[in-house]
Every structure is written in structure tokens, then in C-alpha cells.
Design a protein around this ligand. Structure first.
Ligand code: FAD
Length: 301
């Protein structure tokens, strides 16, 4: 049997695609094809698929909602694996929430609110999965996942399941050690506090309104393009350098929020990369501050 036939046998006929354009799977809506794109519906299917890819020496990239990646135009060699149905559960256990890596952060925040549990309202408007948020230590409005994450269950490079305390993940500002360790996040446990449901609801509404007011949500993007440099705000530095609206092809610095590089509609990844490189070079030259990308640039030229 060919690799494709074996993948389809393991994951299901419709769950495996070849030469799949990554622009369909990333919020930037750009990026070339992945050799294989596999959505796995359960832990069992995931283990089988990963064992098969390992046996065949095929590199694996795990993707959540693609809301913090920029895939280059050459696409991704090997297989992109994304977590489907069986990874989307959110379950209450006392004051804890057990969250599957494929669950949307909005779903997680709503479940916490419904259970009157405080601590993750900040995540309600972040358009990623729980798995991607653990990798990024996602945060907003003064909260971050690190504040509430108790433990995480991962699959290591030997395809062994390990449950690790959050303290083992080296969580920091938009950072964890998950990628360097080669872990795949399966699920995690959040330790929350009891609160008032209506107060949480009001807080989430307020955060959502603030996002709509400040962020260019009408355009495709990956959120804040750059990390916040020590002692500064990336958006303010970019604006100060006169780069608001700077455009290459269909890529531009948002005129609404200079910290966002956006796809105006027909951008190629190369346009976005050119905007990012120009911004970094001008900001460094004019202010002496080196802007580091928060967005993960992946794939081939
Ligand atoms: C409009 C907008 C607003 C945003 N606002 C915020 C914000 O306020 N705060 C914030 O922190 N971020 C924000 N983001 C960025 C992004 O949503 C977060 O970083 C989010 O946590 C990424 O999740 P994801 O599932 O999309 O991850 P992806 O982009 O799919 O992946 C991110 C990285 O994690 C890896 N990965 C994904 N899932 C797994 C897994 N299960 N196991 C191992 N590795 C995995 C990927 O390989 C990749 O390296 C915003 C993005 C957009 C588009």
C-alpha cells in the first residue's frame, strides 16, 4: 500500500488530503500546499497516523486553527496533522476544567463562564485552539494561560503519553518549550476559581467590544505580528516610524492598529514577509528596537 492509502485507512478516506493549500487553514489566508493534510478524529487515530508517519520518515507539523502562523509560498513538506472531533471536549472537574487540545478558546472560555469559573475570560476572543494557546502561552488583557494552567498531557517524540506540571513547560511571555521538546499537546487541566457568572459574562462582553474597537478584525491576520519589546509597544513604535498603512502587494500594516500586519484580500505570503522585514528594519534603524515576530513563520520558500 502507498503512504496515502495507509493514511486514509488509518484516518478515514475524507480526512486525508494531498497538496492541500495551507491558505485554507491559516487565518492569514495565505501559504502554499502541504504534501499531506490529515485531520485525526481521536487519540487512537492520532497514535496510528503518527506511528505510520514516523515509520516512513515523514516530518510532521501540528496545526491548531493556524491563527499564529505564516506559511511560506512553497508550502510544507511532509504532513500537517490537525486535531478533530475527539480533541474538542471541555469537561468540568470541581474547580478545574479539562480541555482538549483541539477545543476552541472561545468554547473553553464560554464553558468556564457557564460553570461560573473565573480565570479564562481573557481567552474568549482569541481565535485559536487550546493546544496552540499552550504552545504560545496565549494571553490578553492582563491574563495568560500560565496563570491558570495546572498540567498538560503531551505525546513526546517517542510517541509516549506524558502528563507534565505546567512548571515543566518553561512558560513565559508568548513562549513555552513545547516546540523545542517536540511535544504534541493532547489536553490540559486549568485550575480556576469560583466566581459570579454574570460578572464573567460582562467581562467577556467588554473584552470583545475592546477587540472590535481596536483590532482590524475585518481583515485576515494572525493577530499581533510582533512580540511586545521590553519597555515598549510594537504598534506604537511602528506608528511612530510612519509605517501605518505601509503596503507590499496585498500585505499591509493595518491603518487601525499598527501592530497587526494584515492581508488586504489577495496577499501572498511573500507580501506579508516583505512587510514584516521592512517594518523590522525601519523600526530598528529609527528607534534601535529589534522587533521579534510573535507569528511563527513556517514552510518552504
Ligand atoms: C484576530 C486575532 C487576534 C489574536 N489575539 C490574540 C491575543 O489576544 N493573545 C494571544 O496570545 N494571541 C492572539 N492571537 C494569536 C493566536 O490566536 C494565538 O497564539 C493562539 O493561541 C494560536 O492557536 P492556534 O490553535 O491557532 O495555533 P496555530 O497557529 O495553529 O499554531 C501555533 C503554534 O503551535 C503549534 N501547535 C498548535 N497546536 C499544537 C498542539 N496541539 N501540540 C503541539 N503544537 C501545537 C503549531 O505547530 C505552531 O507552532 C490572535 C490571532 C488573531 C488572528
Amino acid at each position: 500500500m502507498t503512504l496515502l492509502e495507509r493514511l486514509k485507512e488509518a484516518a478515514g478516506e475524507t480526512q486525508v488530503k494531498v497538496q492541500e493549500p495551507m491558505k485554507h487553514h491559516c487565518t492569514f489566508q495565505t501559504g502554499g500546499p502541504a504534501d499531506y493534510f490529515v485531520e485525526v478524529s481521536s487519540w487512537r487515530v492520532l497514535f496510528t497516523v503518527l506511528a505510520l508517519l514516523k515509520e516512513e520518515g515523514v516530518p510532521v507539523t501540528v496545526l491548531g486553527k493556524g491563527s499564529n502562523v505564516l506559511v511560506k509560498e512553497g508550502g510544507i513538506r511532509g504532513a500537517v496533522v490537525t486535531l478533530g472531533e475527539g480533541f474538542r471536549q471541555v469537561r468540568r472537574d470541581g474547580n478545574c476544567l479539562v480541555v482538549g487540545a483541539g477545543a476552541a478558546l472561545s468554547q473553553m472560555a464560554l464553558a468556564a463562564m457557564e460553570a461560573s469559573l473565573l480565570g479564562v475570560a481573557f481567552a474568549g476572543g482569541i481565535p485559536g485552539t487550546f493546544g496552540g494557546a499552550v504552545v504560545m502561552n496565549a494571553g490578553a488583557y492582563g491574563g495568560e494561560l500560565k496563570d491558570v494552567l495546572k498540567e498538560v498531557t503531551v505525546l513526546d517524540q517517542k510517541l509516549q503519553v506524558q502528563t507534565l506540571p505546567a512548571s515543566a513547560l518553561d512558560l513565559g511571555y508568548r513562549h513555552s518549550n513545547i516546540i523545542e521538546k517536540g511535544y504534541l499537546v493532547l489536553e490540559g487541566v486549568l485550575e480556576l476559581e469560583e466566581g459570579d457568572k454574570e460578572a464573567i459574562r460582562a467581562q467577556m462582553k467588554d473584552y470583545a467590544a475592546r477587540r472590535r474597537e481596536k483590532q482590524p478584525l475585518e481583515y485576515a491576520s494572525a493577530g499581533s505580528t510582533f512580540k511586545r519589546p521590553e519597555g515598549h509597544f510594537a504598534g506604537a513604535l511602528i506608528e511612530q516610524c510612519g509605517l501605518k498603512g505601509y503596503q507590499v502587494g496585498g500585505g499591509a500594516v493595518s491603518t487601525k492598529h499598527a501592530g497587526f500586519v494584515v492581508n488586504l484580500g489577495q496577499a501572498k505570503s511573500d507580501d506579508l514577509l516583505a512587510v514584516i522585514a521592512h517594518v523590522q528594519s525601519v523600526v530598528l534603524e529609527q528607534t534601535g528596537v529589534a522587533l521579534e515576530c510573535e507569528v511563527k513563520i513556517i514552510g518552504e520558500d
